[in-house]
Design a binder for this molecule. Structure first.
Ligand code: 5GP
Length: 183
């Protein structure tokens, strides 16, 4: 028996992390799956907490061993959700993943609830990404290029939330999470 799964997707920089942090504070029993990635830790990120930081070879070995429920390459780094993360004894599990991964989860786990977070505008997203000082300019460019494709995929998802006002968006997200059974 696995817990209900809530997938939060949308372009990098749209505020998925902040929304999820608020959601986890509001909904007891909900837990965040810790993703694996080959990208380097940003300052302050902790291995096993923010991500499982893996080397390329280790990541590839786990792909070959079938350890991921989904995985994708994003802005020249690899990201994936280990199946073991879905087996936590939680009331519900939240996945914060890119659109490629969300599609894979939709196919593999049709019962998962998928939510797409949208920025109020592309310019807003550009501003948010540029403000993330820890990312190098070429990383920001790659993420903006990926964002154009990701925004075009918004219509594929049942639920869409515009993150123009954090409190309102959080309220919408909490309402959707509350409809997950058996939370
Ligand atoms: P960041 O490098 O900013 O932490 O993440 C970059 C992008 O990768 C974000 O859109 C984030 O949601 C996505 N991401 C994080 N973890 C995963 C994962 O496990 N799988 C997939 N497919 N994407 C992920």
């Amino acid at each position: 028996m696995t817990a209900p799964i809530l997938v939060i997707t949308g372009p990098s920089g749209v505020g998925k992390g902040t929304l999820i942090k608020g959601l986890l504070e509001r909904v007891p029993g909900l837990e965040l799956a810790v993703s694996a990635t080959t990208r380097r830790p940003r300052e302050g990120e902790v291995n096993g907490v923010d991500y499982h930081f893996l080397g390329e070879e280790d990541f590839e070995r786990r792909v070959a061993a079938g350890e991921f429920v989904e995985h994708a390459e994003y802005a020249a780094n690899r990201y994936g959700t280990l199946t073991s993360e879905l087996k936590r004894p939680a009331g519900g599990i939240v996945l914060e993943i890119d659109v490629q991964g969300a599609r894979q989860v939709r196919d593999a786990l049709p019962e998962a609830k998928l939510i797409f977070i949208e920025p109020p505008s592309f310019e807003d997203l550009e501003r948010r990404l540029a403000a993330r000082a820890s990312d190098r300019p070429e990383q920001i460019e790659r993420r903006l290029a990926a964002a154009r494709d990701e925004l075009a995929a918004a219509g594929e998802f049942d639920h869409r939330i515009v993150n123009d006002d954090l409190q309102r968006a959080l309220q919408e997200l909490s309402k959707l999470a509350a409809t997950m059974s058996p939370l």
